[in-house]
Design a protein around this ligand. Structure first.
Ligand SMILES: C=C(O[C@@H]1C=C(C(=O)O)C=C[C@H]1O)C(=O)O
Length: 264
């Protein structure tokens, strides 16, 4: 079976795909924005993809494939909500078009903390921050790695906000499939790639940090402490709470099914 696998094109995914092609020589591995991966999986252009968790919660017939994921248990660094006016005065919110999960999270947090429900505009992938005329801007991934501090009224790290408010981790993205039968060993290969990638965090940081304008030490911290790559019971509890809160705002359909980690 030759599976088409889509992975996130950001720095955050380097540890997840370390050595994956060697483990699975028989795959087509492609990289894209998280939002596009979800759409491509939906359109049948991919068999397996690292998609925004909110798209898993929204979608039907999708199955979690691995306990490797992109999550956080505190500040995550690369998911930021930048305010040009005090948060309680937010009338327009620009959403990074690469995001789906954080796009919902930003709206949940704004509603919960400040009772605001802004109108939404896109923050296109080739646009610069200073070209976006919105009260608040959500920016994620590589272009959020090095946002200039001090230019904004407030600058939220959404991982930090969520974890402080709920005491639970937050899950941004997961490996899922829409296939009924998947090459045996794919799930294990994704977990082993993650384990091997994390063990090689220093090496990966030395290789990539400069390209992303950060120090090697900061990149190791990003891989080892800010990002969290294991989907466990607490991560699922965080995801479940997020789903309920998003459903209250009608940003996700309400459901009574319990999330569980039954891997293929
Ligand atoms: C931590 C991050 O998690 C990401 C956020 C996503 C989203 O908001 O939909 C999807 C995939 C992840 O890459 C990040 O991109 O910085």
């Amino acid at each position: 079976m030759r599976h088409r696998i889509g992975a996130v094109s950001y720095l955050n995914t380097k540890p997840l795909i370390h050595g994956l092609r060697d483990r699975l020589p028989n795959i087509d591995l492609d990289f894209d924005l998280p939002s596009r991966l979800a759409d491509r999986l939906n359109h049948g252009e991919l068999d397996v993809a690292l998609i925004p968790s909110v798209e898993f919660l929204r979608g039907a017939g999708l199955q979690i494939l691995s306990d490797a994921c992109i999550a956080c248990r505190g500040p995550v660094r690369s998911v930021r909500l930048l305010f040009r006016r005090p948060p309680s005065q937010t009338q327009t919110l620009a959403l990074d078009v690469g995001s789906r999960t954080s796009a919902v999270l930003a709206q949940v947090l704004l509603q919960q903390q400040h009772g605001v429900r802004p109108s939404l505009v896109p923050f296109d992938i080739d646009a610069r921050l200073d070209q976006i005329d919105a009260d608040a801007v959500l920016i994620i991934g590589d272009r959020a790695m090095d946002v200039p501090a001090g230019q904004y009224v407030e600058n939220w790290d959404l991982g930090e906000q969520w974890c402080n408010l709920t005491g639970l981790p937050f899950v941004f993205a997961m490996w899922v499939t829409n296939q009924r039968s998947i090459e045996p060993g794919l799930s294990v290969a994704l977990q082993e790639a993650r384990d091997q990638g994390l063990a090689a965090a220093e090496q990966l940081a030395a290789q990539y940090a400069a390209t992303y304008g950060i120090s090697t030490a900061d990149c190791v911290t990003y891989f080892r402490q800010q990002l969290h790559f294991h989907l466990g019971e607490r991560e699922l509890a965080g995801l479940d709470l997020f789903r309920r809160q998003a459903a209250e705002l009608r940003l996700l359909p309400a459901t009574s099914t319990q999330l569980s980690l039954e891997l293929l």
